[in-house]
Write a protein that binds this ligand. Structure first.
Ligand code: RRO
Length: 338
């Protein structure tokens, strides 16, 4: 049984966060083995802009207590080269990508927490413009390509100046340009993310990606000057997890839109927490830099963590954080009898 997200049929619950896994480079490094054992249920591209961008001055990364600060600066070859060069490669790669044999278990994994067989991996293209009109132009170009299953609007990069228009205005302009599923990737650095999510939903968003990184600063211990080339960057990793959980919980309550939860997921329990807060899928990001085996490990741990609680299906875990608290001791009995 596949699991549905905004009309896409996905093999399981774990995908990648935009910009944290380069599938074309991985294919080059690992060959066909990558396809036989593709780690994600959907593939989200690095952010694409209208024009090519070189990215920010180095250094671009700083590992900090509890996470990573990046100021990558959206290096990408631009829309035309993405469409002409990368998309055909990604499509070929994903059409033949299937989850590993061993992942198709029954038992506690069945019914939505396990992986379905034989589903191609949809390509989600992440785009960013500097105005709503630029977003709409990018989306219009994506709309023409049947290989693109859905579009993620990056309205939340901490490393560039935000467009003058609101997230809702960007979604509204983009909505006019496509009937494909549109996800808005939101920043947690706002007073009330639920309000932004509600406005994005009213403007036509089909789903939400929560959350992007939050701006952080690292100073050199001796000079007390910024370490990263451009000064500040986006903080990701475990330090972001409580922020992501609150964002997912608040946006779930406000909109009931399908949510991809992300931010500091290192383990299956982290993933289960996001699902309990209201995420339908979970994305891995920073953990991939330290542990390339994280996708399979996180999925196995997710199944185990659900089974430990007597949860046999995904729906048993979905949004339980919003249910009235049960007294300790009755929780497991109550759940396992469902
Ligand atoms: O490329 C980046 O610097 C970047 C992007 Br587009 C983003 O959305 N989030 C982030 O932390 N870095």
């Amino acid at each position: 049984m596949s699991v549905s997200f905004c009309g896409l049929e996905l093999a399981h619950r774990v995908i990648n966060g935009s910009g944290t896994f380069d599938a074309i480079a991985a294919r080059r490094a690992f060959g066909a083995a990558l396809q036989e054992d593709f780690p994600f249920a959907a593939y989200v591209s690095k952010t694409i802009t209208l024009q090519p961008r070189a990215g920010n001055a180095p250094p671009r990364l700083w590992e900090t207590a509890g996470g990573l600060i990046n100021s990558i600066g959206l290096p990408n070859k631009g829309l035309d080269a993405y469409m002409a060069e990368d998309l055909p490669q990604l499509t070929g790669l994903m059409a033949r990508a299937h989850p590993p044999e061993g992942a198709h278990q029954s038992g506690p994994a069945a019914g939505g927490l396990g992986a379905a067989r034989g589903f191609p991996v949809p390509v989600i293209t992440n785009v960013m413009g500097s105005t709503a009109a630029e977003f709409a132009a990018l989306v219009q170009a994506c709309a023409k390509r049947p290989e693109i299953a859905a579009i993620e609007l990056n309205v939340s990069c901490p490393n560039v100046e935000a467009p003058a228009e609101s997230a809702a205005q960007i979604v509204a302009a983009s909505r006019l340009a496509t009937r494909k599923p549109l996800w808005a990737k939101l920043s947690p650095a706002v007073p009330d993310i639920a309000e932004v999510a509600r406005a994005a939903q009213a403007a036509g968003a089909d789903g939400l990606s929560l959350v992007n990184t939050i701006r952080g600063l690292k100073l050199d211990a001796r000079t007390l000057r910024p370490v990263l080339g451009p000064g500040q960057g986006g903080l990701s990793g475990p330090a972001l997890k409580p922020i992501a959980l609150a964002a997912v919980a608040n946006c779930y309550r406000a909109t009931q839109l399908p949510i991809v939860g992300m931010g500091g997921v290192q383990s299956g329990l982290d993933a289960l927490e996001l699902i309990a807060a209201g995420a339908r899928h979970v994305a891995l990001g920073t953990v991939l830099f330290a542990d390339p085996d994280a996708p399979a490990r996180v999925r196995a741990e997710l199944h185990a963590a659900a089974a430990e609680r007597g949860w046999r299906t995904y729906e048993d875990a979905y949004a339980v954080a919003h249910e009235e608290a049960l007294s300790v001791g009755t929780t497991l009995d109550h759940r396992s009898s469902l």
